[in-house]
Design a binder for this molecule. Structure first.
Ligand code: UD1
Length: 379
């Protein structure tokens, strides 16, 4: 009698912010659960700078399967991921599908797995901005509804999930895997001077610690409207006259800047626009910045872990602990508020904050332990 092969754990990634979350999980889950781990990449992000650079920096082995979906509208991209991942899940019959974060790939993979009656674990569950115009908010709410195991980073997530009818025994407060990755890699981060020299920064732009601000922008609400993007780039130019600004530009934002004819707003002596940066360069710049201006979700958490003041250029946050306990201030995209908050950081040094509970570099271990007990033994 031949015994059934042990069913694998299948991790799914698609977009840049998934990679730092899955990096520590891949090597930890297999040994803990005594199962092979396979990685599926949907291909949502595909540029070297948005993807391959992160695999290299974080030492993630190449995906076992790449679905190659690429860019498209939300409906097309989500549908294409679902169509292409279904036969992979049918062939692999994994014991568990692990999805992370809130991108289209997260929801698409979770939904297909749930319909095939394959258990789903959602890492970074329960975060809510309460803004349904954000595509990520739809992805968060729906992924959590189909997940069997929900791993949370902060107490607000538990409140949100139980309000939405999720049984408390499915929710596990484990901390933040992205902060595990940060702690493991901080000593390897590329010094800012090296990054700026490689980028050909002018002599006038100092890479000395706390001598510059780091800026990132990519949310559709900030970059898809010409007037809004122009207003933001104008206030950035103003800030760059006081403190150098380093601006790695997301491809969506670069495309909008070109299409709207706003390129001239980047031509400022104190403003350095760069292509997207790999993880170790971005981490190096973030750790030594005077402040970070961003509409990213992950950077709100990373700056809180690093103790660097963060001005979030959105009107809401799904990560309220970064405001209540960390270094984050939600300032929206109104130039007057951004200016006032920036001046405040220059004058006072910004919010000091403390590192939230369980953001201690050990979230991966906690997740692996829960998965190991939860999965059936054997096949
Ligand atoms: C996605 C996530 C967002 C996350 C962000 C991080 C969703 C709904 N959004 O947004 O939550 O914060 O990733 O970057 O899943 N593009 C390239 N090369 C790439 C990838 C994208 O040129 O490798 C361009 C394409 O023109 C594409 C656009 O960027 O149309 C947007 O890409 P998409 O994956 O749809 O969303 P992001 O804005 O990157």
């Amino acid at each position: 009698m031949t015994s059934e092969p042990v069913r694998p754990i299948l991790c799914v990634v698609g977009a840049r912010p998934n990679l730092m979350k899955v990096a520590p999980l891949i090597p930890a889950l297999g040994p803990a659960a005594s199962r092979p781990v396979r990685l599926v990449h949907t291909g949502q992000h595909y540029d070297f700078g948005m993807n391959d650079a992160f695999f290299d920096d974080l030492g993630i082995a190449p995906p076992d399967v790449n679905l190659g979906v690429g860019s498209a509208s939300h409906a097309l991209q989500t549908a294409e991921i679902m169509t292409r991942i279904e036969p992979v899940l049918e062939a692999e019959r994994p014991a568990l599908v692990v999805v992370v974060g809130d991108v289209n790939s997260t929801l698409a993979a979770g939904l297909v797995a749930a319909k095939l009656e394959i258990p789903v674990a959602h890492v970074e569950a329960g975060l809510r901005s309460f803004d349904r115009t954000m595509p990520e908010e739809i992805n968060r709410v729906l992924t959590d509804q189909v997940a069997d195991l929900l791993f949370t980073t902060e107490p607000s997530a538990h409140t949100n999930l139980t309000r939405e009818g999720i049984a408390p025994e499915r929710i596990h407060f484990v901390g933040n895997v992205m902060i595990d990755t940060l702690k493991r890699n901080l000593a390897r981060a590329v010094p800012p001077a090296e990054t700026l020299a490689q980028a050909g920064a002018s002599e006038g732009l100092s890479a000395a610690p706390r001598d510059y601000a780091l800026l990132t922008l990519h949310r559709p609400t900030n970059v898809d409207d010409k007037e809004c993007l122009a207003r933001l780039l104008e206030i950035v130019s103003e800030i760059a006259r006081r403190l150098a600004v380093v601006f790695p530009v997301h491809p969506r934002t670069a495309a909008r800047i070109e299409a709207f004819g706003l390129r001239a707003l980047l031509d400022q002596p104190g403003l350095l626009a760069l292509p997207p940066l790999g993880y170790l360069k971005a981490l190096g710049l973030m750790a030594k910045a005077r402040l970070v201006l961003t509409d990213s979700g992950g950077m709100q958490e990373e700056t809180t872990a690093l103790g660097v003041p963060c001005l979030t250029l959105r009107t809401t946050t799904e990560r309220p602990i970064t405001v209540d306990e960390g270094t984050n201030t939600v300032v929206g995209n109104d130039p007057a508020r951004i200016r006032a908050a920036f001046e405040d950081v220059l004058a006072t040094g910004g919010k000091a904050g403390r590192v939230p509970k369980l953001w201690d570099g050990r979230a991966t271990e906690r997740i692996a332990a829960v998965v190991a007990t939860w999965l059936p033994k054997g096949t």
